[in-house]
Design a protein around this ligand. Structure first.
Ligand SMILES: [Zn+2]
Length: 93
C-alpha cells in the first residue's frame, strides 16, 4: 500500500523525515541506519520517508481503510477501500 504524498484537500505535504535520516540521527552509524531503514522498505535506490498522514484502521477489514490529514483533519478513503465501497453499492442496486 502506498502512502499519499499530499493531502487531497489542503495539498499539505505529508512526507516527513527520510527514514534512513531518522535512524542515522538515532544511531550515528550508517550501516545500522541502513539496516533499520530497510525494514520499512527503504533502499538507497528508492528512499522513502515517514509519513505525517494518519491511518485509520478498521478491525473488521483488518487493514487501513482511510487516511487523515494532520493539518486540516480531512479524511479520505484509501484507493482499495473506495473501490471496495463502489462494488458494494453496485451490488445493492
Ligand atoms: Zn489537509
Amino acid at each position: 500500500m502506498t502512502t499519499p504524498k499530499y493531502c487531497p484537500n489542503c495539498k499539505a505535504e505529508l512526507d516527513d523525515i527520510d527514514i534512513y535520516q531518522h535512524f542515522y540521527e538515532q544511531y550515528k552509524d550508517e550501516a545500522k541506519a541502513i539496516e533499520s531503514a530497510s525494514h520499512y522498505g527503504w533502499t538507497k535506490e528508492s528512499p522513502i520517508c515517514f509519513s505525517r498522514c494518519i491511518g485509520i484502521y478498521c478491525r473488521e477489514q483488518d487493514r487501513t481503510i482511510q487516511r487523515q490529514c494532520p493539518d486540516c483533519d480531512h479524511v479520505w478513503d484509501c484507493d482499495w477501500y473506495a473501490k471496495h465501497k463502489e462494488k458494494d453499492e453496485t451490488q445493492e442496486t
